[in-house]
Design a protein around this ligand. Structure first.
Ligand code: FES
Length: 142
């Protein structure tokens, strides 16, 4: 066994910026709060279970402002006579063509292999929702 292999140099870490989206208690489930990072629009939403999602306001299908869509639940496939509604405030329907995206996973409900919603990490810091996004070249000063 040869232990003298040349190690791979570490990749440069991409710089990030953090954005304050507001008091966590001010988010009603299902309502988007919009913030911006340069020219990027980001919607921040509280799910029914209390988790937060921050997503790029851009539909993966054709680029609509997805955060202007309707947030609701869904009717999953079922047997005749067993129709049920579930997942309130976890699904957003795009305002252009009605594709429905899962706000938990980012996947489109009927096309799970299609491009997903772009999420950014969120955290609660001192009761406020903080979103971390990659810095653009301009924001990095390069
Ligand atoms: S642009 Fe969103 S479904 Fe077409």
């Amino acid at each position: 066994m040869n232990d003298t292999a040349t190690p791979t140099p570490p990749r440069a870490r991409r710089q990030t910026i953090t954005l304050d989206a507001g008091e966590a208690e001010g988010f009603a489930p299902g309502d988007f709060h919009m913030i911006t990072a340069g020219t990027r629009r980001i919607g921040v939403i509280r799910l029914q279970n209390g988790e937060f999602r921050a997503l790029r306001d851009w539909c993966p299908h054709k680029g609509a402002a997805i955060c202007k869509g309707i947030v609701s639940g869904t009717w999953p496939p079922s047997s005749p006579g067993e129709l049920r509604y579930e997942r309130e405030n976890e699904i957003v329907a795009c305002p252009w063509h009605g594709f429905e995206y899962d706000l938990v996973s980012g996947a489109e409900l009927c096309q799970p292999d299609a491009p997903k919603l772009r999420f950014y990490p969120t955290a609660i810091v001192d009761g406020r929702v903080v979103v971390t996004v990659p810095a653009t070249r301009t924001e990095q000063g390069t």
